[in-house]
Write a protein that binds this ligand. Structure first.
Ligand SMILES: Nc1ncnc2c1ncn2[C@@H]1O[C@H](COP(=O)(O)OP(=O)(O)OP(=O)(O)O)[C@@H](O)[C@H]1O
Ligand SMILES: [Mg+2]
Length: 241
């Protein structure tokens, strides 16, 4: 569903992504792990066209994205939950959702169905529709950020550290959401710092270092031999999560 080939990108003259390649199938969760500054967020932003690719290709269900302007990409079925959530804190839960629904240009009935399905996934948000997004708890904000992305009915969802700063019960809720999306056939690219969280939901894990994928593995293989976790994430040095 998502095929990234030899992608490169720069900030000014500094190259961050180099020869970055991965694939995520429908109904597959690919975990992306790596140290701070490894290039995980940059990889997501380059896939989304928010950072311009200087080489390589990104295909979504066969369609090449790198030549398109960034604003055209979400409606093609590629949604993004940014690191740090980036909600409109002064707007209500309802208004944040409405902004998500507006991106995909559809008639009122389809939008209402999408909204109902999403609120079914996050019942707590239905009880908070008039509350300011900025006054939600961290876990509720993460749910709203995810709900907003799902307004696009995406084929592929990119999530950047969705469990950051959340207590264990909220982490579990977010991971449960990832499983539901997987079961619905969404391809999920999940950037995580919490290794255990990534291993709990991912079908495969890819390790990023210095802007490139160094290695991939399955959770089963990594439980048997965790050496790549030490090498690329530094588990055991306070980064395990
Ligand atoms: N807007 C920017 N301008 C210049 N350099 C940037 C910019 N954003 C990120 N970088 C640099 O690009 C490199 C990769 O950053 P990136 O944010 O992709 O890392 P990351 O793997 O997401 O890290 P973290 O785990 O801390 O979120 C870092 O060296 C960072 O300083
Ligand atoms: Mg990041």
């Amino acid at each position: 569903m998502l095929a990234v080939r030899a992608l490169s990108s720069h900030y000014g003259r500094v190259q961050v992504l180099r020869d970055f390649s991965l694939e995520v199938a429908s109904g597959e969760v690919l975990g992306l792990l790596g140290r701070n500054g490894a290039g995980k967020t940059t990889a997501l932003k380059t896939v989304l066209g928010l950072v311009r690719a200087s080489g390589g290709s990104v295909r979504l269900d066969g369609a090449e994205l790198t030549a398109l302007p960034a604003h055209r990409i979400p409606s093609l079925g590629l949604a993004y939950v940014p690191q740090g959530r980036r909600l409109f804190g002064e707007l209500s839960v309802e208004e944040n959702l409405r902004l998500g629904l507006m991106v995909k240009d559809r008639d009122g009935e389809a939008a209402r169905e999408t909204r109902a399905r999403i609120l079914g996934l996050f019942p707590i948000l239905s009880e908070r529709l008039t509350q300011r997004a900025g006054s939600l708890s961290g876990g509720e904000q993460q749910m709203l950020a995810t709900a907003r992305a799902l307004c696009l009915e995406p084929k592929v969802l990119l999530m950047d550290e969705p469990t950051e700063g959340l207590q264990p019960s909220m982490v579990a809720k977010i991971l449960e959401t990832v499983r539901v999306l997987k079961a619905r056939g969404v391809a999920v690219l999940l950037v995580e710092q919490k290794v255990e969280a990534a291993l709990a939901v991912a079908d495969r894990v890819a390790f990023v270092e210095n802007g490139t994928i160094r290695e991939t593995g399955t959770p089963e293989a990594l439980h048997a031999d965790p050496a790549p976790l030490y090498r690329y994430v530094g588990v055991g040095q306070g980064r395990a999560g």
